[in-house]
Design a protein around this ligand. Sequence first.
Ligand code: NAP
Length: 236
Amino acid sequence: MKNQKIVIIGGSSGIGLETAKQVISLGAEVVIASRSEDKLHKAKEMLGPRAAAYVLDTTDEQQVKSFFEQVGGYDHLVISAAETSGGSFLQLETDQARKLFENKFWGQYYAAKYGAPKLSAQGSITLFSGVVAYKPMIGSSALGAVNAAVSNLGQTLALELAPIRVNIVSPGIIDTPSRSKMPENARNQFYDTVANKLPVKRVGHPEDVAQGVLYLIQNHFVTGTILHVDGGHSLT
Ligand SMILES: NC(=O)c1ccc[n+]([C@@H]2O[C@H](COP(=O)([O-])OP(=O)(O)OC[C@H]3O[C@@H](n4cnc5c(N)ncnc54)[C@H](OP(=O)(O)O)[C@@H]3O)[C@@H](O)[C@H]2O)c1
């Protein structure tokens, strides 16, 4: 990891930010990118001089292209950027479902497409899927489909972009700022309900998933793997 340059799109919050902290502690340099200048500024203050920050919206293909032109050569790509939502299939506006694909699927597609040519041949890409692809849940029809699409994209790219390794991490329910808009009581209740059903009896922390990402980056015999970091959720 020492002196490796790791690009983390979505590195200003949650799992991406924790991954940035962990790779920096192992001697890497990171480039984090996301839409909000404010989040990026706070994250950069936390990460220190080994981090650079760029404003980027992954739903804009041209922005993604010019982002990688600015970044230049690098060693590993992690794409944790996503803004997700759910809702009953019959009531959810179709446009909301499309937005989910725009953000989480096409965002990762563009990042892999324009990020791969600048990666070192020993490099890797880590994409983000999620448990609702493997444990279907009421209210997550669009998100489940997005996550399944990301997993398949990743496995196909593991063949097509070789020798670059491409892996997918599938988090379970993780306590991150992604649920900050939920009232605290409702959020805690949701976490308790999920925890009680899981073999590990707790929801995940960003650290749990970041450790999984580090494994995927560091193990050069691993490609095309879907790593479930979900406390056994997909088995329940
Ligand atoms: N937390 C969970 O329970 C859970 C469960 C399953 C899967 N996951 C997946 O894990 C990944 C990380 O989630 P998280 O919980 O760490 O979320 P988070 O704390 O909300 O972080 C998401 C990051 O993505 C950035 N982002 C969102 N849309 C973007 C866009 N269009 N372009 C660029 N950056 C964008 C956000 O920053 P800006 O707002 O500044 O853009 C933020 O830095 C996501 O793929 C998520 O779907 C999470």
